[in-house]
Ligand binder design. Structure first.
Ligand code: FAD
Length: 475
């Protein structure tokens, strides 16, 4: 039998359930395929940073697959709707009798996969889908009432209990030895129309499984111990920065867990605080996938808390532009936004602060920010991005209560006391005393010497009152 392996957000050979199954059952070889859906990606707000990283990872994947005798064909289909016929055609062309893939959980992706199963299965091929993206399959855990969780802590407890009962899921064995290529791989495009070329700007994100693996090892060896104290300090490289690799499945969450647990002498919750704390962050990723499956409206532009759809968000185009350019006049916010634009990545503390600033200080709809982040992020991931935005906007599961509004000045003082992070990303503010970077009055006094930096677009105290009123009006 010849098998067809369809790659999506699982761009790796190591610990890839669908790939291992495809290669194992393909005694007459395996053909692999990746379908670029550029129009659909645009609709899903994917941006150049993510697509650039994707293509570079595909290149690495293709090279590795070739070494085990699996050619990767990179095909084009504008929209998901065309994928079923593209796959059937390629399966027929290469005499494949079964299609293998790992499940994705977003609504459009699930509909696409159902369409593929109907079309390809209806033509007589076997279709086999596997769970891969999360350590525990997203719909497996339920409350005692049988419902999906809406609060993280009980989800986390249930997740830990499940691992205690069944153990950490085993890693898949890597697919077997070299065989004859059933056909030649196709070249991997270096650019896709519709996405502004990134021109090597994001090359700092080295592509490939080896790079992901090295990042994980370095983090566990050098930084995990200090994670609880330093993970909120954006001037330090204190977190793993594995999110772009996890978003495209260049490394599996199971591998991250196994290695972290091993470093923690087999423990998931106890042991080293840093390691247990990092594993807990991996569970946030699991939680937001659980929410995506349980409450599909969140992946369709809807708020989890339905009543918050009545909030009178301000259609403030100017404020949005200032925010997106990192020119709000609030240094900590601007530093975060510029880090995002420059590197395609933003530190988690800044993601929270900038998202809270947009949705509360500027009272702009979280969907504007979610979209902008998705377009800019190299690690853009619907579940995590939506979860983060709805958390900050107080519209989501286990979200920040609407009345607990971050003061962006205080946040800066607390997490970047010396202004190191601010000065790195906002060079106009060089030479300004740290205390002035975190105090609007002192900053106003210093600004005449810095004509390139704007005055704050909003006064935090009055904006806070405005946001509270807008939320209270919906209750
Ligand atoms: C408004 C907003 C938008 C976000 N958008 C995204 C996004 O598009 N893609 C994305 O991967 N993450 C997103 N996050 C979550 C988080 O900011 C990033 O996962 C994290 O900063 C990535 O850095 P890291 O890999 O060094 O994380 P580490 O601290 O090393 O954590 C390890 C991994 O755990 C997961 N993780 C950590 N924190 C969270 C969290 N709060 N929620 C969900 N998963 C988490 C990630 O997969 C991360 O790579 C968002 C958060 C907010 C507040």
């Amino acid at each position: 039998m010849r098998s067809l392996m369809w790659f999506r957000s699982d761009l790796r050979l190591t610990d890839n359930p669908a790939l291992t199954a495809a290669v194992t059952s393909g005694d007459h070889g395996t053909v692999a395929v990746f379908v670029c859906c550029s129009e659909q990606w645009l609709e899903h707000d994917w941006g150049a940073p993510k697509v650039d990283f994707l293509l570079r990872n595909l290149e690495d994947l293709s090279r590795r697959l070739e070494l085990i005798g699996v050619p990767l064909l990179v095909l084009q289909a504008d929209f998901f709707a065309e994928v079923p016929s593209v796959l059937l055609e390629v399966a027929r062309e290469h005499d494949c009798e079964a299609l293998f893939f790992n499940r994705e959980y977003e609504v459009n992706e699930r509909r696409r996969d159902e369409g593929v199963s109907r079309h390809v299965g209806g033509a007589g091929l076997e279709v086999l889908a596997f769970d891969d993206q999360a350590i525990i399959e997203p719909s497996a855990l339920r409350t005692t009432q049988g419902t999906f969780y809406t609060v993280f802590t009980p989800f986390y407890r249930s997740w830990v209990r499940s691992l205690e009962e069944s153990g950490i899921p085993e890693l898949e064995p890597s697919p077997g030895s070299r065989r004859e290529l059933p056909c030649q791989p196709s070249p991997v495009p270096t650019e896709i129309e519709g996405f502004a070329p990134a021109k090597g700007r994001f090359d700092g994100w080295k592509a490939g499984e080896e790079a992901a693996r090295r990042r994980l090892e370095r983090f566990l060896e050098e930084r995990a111990q200090q994670y609880p104290e330093s993970r909120d300090v954006p001037s330090q490289e204190a977190t793993s920065s594995l999110s772009p690799y996890l978003a495209l499945g260049v490394i599996s969450a199971r591998t991250c867990l196994w290695d972290a647990a091993e470093a923690n002498k087999g423990q998931v919750t106890g042991g080293e605080k840093g390691l247990a704390g990092w594993i807990r962050q991996l569970v946030w990723r699991e939680f937001y996938r659980h929410v995506l499956v349980g409450y599909p409206r969140v992946s369709m532009n809807r708020a989890f808390k339905v009543e918050t759809e009545r909030i009178a968000w301000r259609r403030d185009e100017e404020g949005f532009q200032a925010w997106s350019e990192g020119r709000t006049g609030v240094p900590f916010v601007d530093a975060g936004m510029r880090q995002l634009r420059e590197t395609g990545w933003m530190h988690n503390r800044l993601r929270m602060v900038t998202a809270m600033f947009l949705t509360k200080d500027l009272l702009i709809d979280w969907r504007w920010g979610e979209r902008f982040f998705m377009q800019q992020l190299v690690d853009g991931d619907l579940a995590n991005n939506n979860g983060g935005w709805q958390w900050a906007a107080s519209t989501g599961t286990d979200a920040a209560p609407y009345f607990r509004i971050f003061n962006p000045w205080t946040q800066g003082r607390r997490y970047d006391p010396d202004g190191e992070f601010i000065r790195r990303w906002v060079p106009e503010l060089a030479g300004i005393a740290p205390s002035a970077l975190h105090d609007p009055k002192q900053l106003a006094d210093a600004l005449p010497a810095k004509p390139d930096y704007p005055h704050p677009v909003v006064n935090h105290a009055s904006a806070r009152v405005r946001a509270l009123e807008a939320f209270q009006a919906t209750r």
